[in-house]
Ligand binder design. Structure first.
Ligand SMILES: [Ca+2]
Ligand SMILES: [Ca+2]
Length: 397
């Protein structure tokens, strides 16, 4: 087996599930209208919009939890006196699943339940409603966006038609001065706690002659703004961004992604991670996965900086050849006198490394100081001409 074939045989294809398969039934970040219905018997003030503060008592958000829009009662202040109203979700299916959880971010300010009753309700027909949660009797003021989860399995499990509803009913006994409901990033799924913002089911990489192709797939997404592809030469090393791909925002549909990395510096083992950036700017990492690249895709002649530099008795010099050709690599002193020839002969294309041990052609250690290394390259097709690169390094004894 020749060298390249052996190397290619090492190419790794990885496929894995990031978490046990769950199911997302409904997601809404309220950036678009998904068909919520608003209604009630008096002074209905529900809207999809941007909260502007203004409640006379207690806290009141200015802006949504994420993005521009959320759901709530009176986006410019308090709910109305004697308001009796609701916001009802579009229907979704939970058929085939026995565990169903409702998650949302909440900023609620309200009088106690004896004056204003606020509730979360679930229905399987849009007519009969079951209470899941109700506010306590002392006044409630969240004061910030709170991450709320409710187990709604008792009503929603295995049901093909499910609705959720947020309700507010004021007695009119005292003028309301609180903000009421504010709701954002609502999610119904099989997970008891709100976990990854994105359900990633596959993440693969495959090397070919031109580089590495990454593919990944999501089963659903929440607020997925952007993917950053990161690469390292060590599993626990420093990962550098090599490219970005736009996300699909919030969706229950599966999406496939693809990114081709053509910026590899040469042959080697590489590690890739996906950084998923959500609309709030939070980052979730996936991976790493690894791949062996055989370096056939090198596009141009390149001589790398010596490593380390300054060197203490040993220096490594890397260079890349786009085509097979003749290479001469020599070390010279600053007066231009040749100290050592490290390589002189034919090379295939690829990335190579020469090591200099700080000795001259007679095996004597050279004095400490600055030296030049010069790589001369003539590819076998002759179409690139003769190319020369000269760089310097410091050798310290
Ligand atoms: Ca939002
Ligand atoms: Ca309000």
């Amino acid at each position: 087996m020749d060298r390249n074939a052996a190397w290619k045989a090492l190419t790794v294809l990885m496929l894995f599930a990031v978490r046990a398969p769950g199911q997302t039934f409904f997601v809404d970040n309220f950036e678009t209208d998904k068909g919520w219905a608003f209604g009630g018997s008096a002074n209905q003030s529900w809207a999809r919009g941007t909260p502007a503060g203004g409640a006379a008592t207690g806290s009141d958000p200015i802006g949504a939890h994420a993005g521009s829009y959320c759901l709530g009662t009176n986006m410019a202040g308090s709910y109305a006196s004697s308001e009796s109203s609701y916001a009802r979700s579009p229907s979704f299916s939970c058929a085939g699943y026995s565990q169903v959880y409702l998650h949302f971010y909440r900023w609620l300010g309200t009088k106690g339940s004896s004056n204003t009753a606020c509730s979360v309700q679930v229905s399987t027909d849009g007519a009969a409603w079951t209470g899941i949660w109700g506010n306590p009797n002392p006044a409630l003021d969240d004061g910030a966006w709170a991450n709320i989860s409710h187990d709604i399995s008792a009503v929603a499990a295995n049901q093909a038609t499910v609705y959720v509803r947020f309700r507010l009913k004021d007695s009119g006994a005292n003028p309301p001065r609180y903000t009421g409901w504010n709701i954002d990033n609502l999610l119904v799924d099989t997970s008891s706690v709100r976990t990854l913002a994105v359900s990633l089911s596959q993440f693969n990489c495959q090397a070919d002659d031109d580089g590495v192709t990454l593919t990944w797939r999501t089963e659903s997404e929440r607020d997925c703004y952007r993917w950053e592809i990161e690469r390292s030469t060590a599993q626990d090393g420093m990962y550098r961004p090599v490219g970005t791909v736009a996300g699909h925002g919030t969706t229950c549909d599966p999406h496939g992604y693809r990114y081709e990395d053509r910026s590899l510096p040469g042959k080697g083992i590489y590690f890739y991670r996906l950084a998923e950036i959500d609309l709030s700017g939070d980052t979730t990492h996936h991976g790493p996965i690894t791949v062996a690249y055989d370096g056939q895709g090198i596009a141009e002649f390149l001589v790398e900086p010596a490593y380390p530099n300054p060197a203490h008795g040993q220096a490594s010099i890397g260079y890349q050849l786009p085509l097979p050709g003749r290479v001469s690599l020599g070390v010279y002193d600053v007066m231009g006198r040749r100290v050592m020839i490290l390589y002189d002969g034919d090379r295939p294309s690829g990335r190579f490394t020469a090591n200099w041990d700080g000795r001259d052609a007679d095996g004597r250690r050279v004095a400490s100081g600055v030296y030049l290394y010069r790589v001369e390259y003539q590819d076998e097709l002759g179409d690139g001409g003769r190319r020369v690169a000269v760089k310097r390094l410091a050798m310290i004894r």
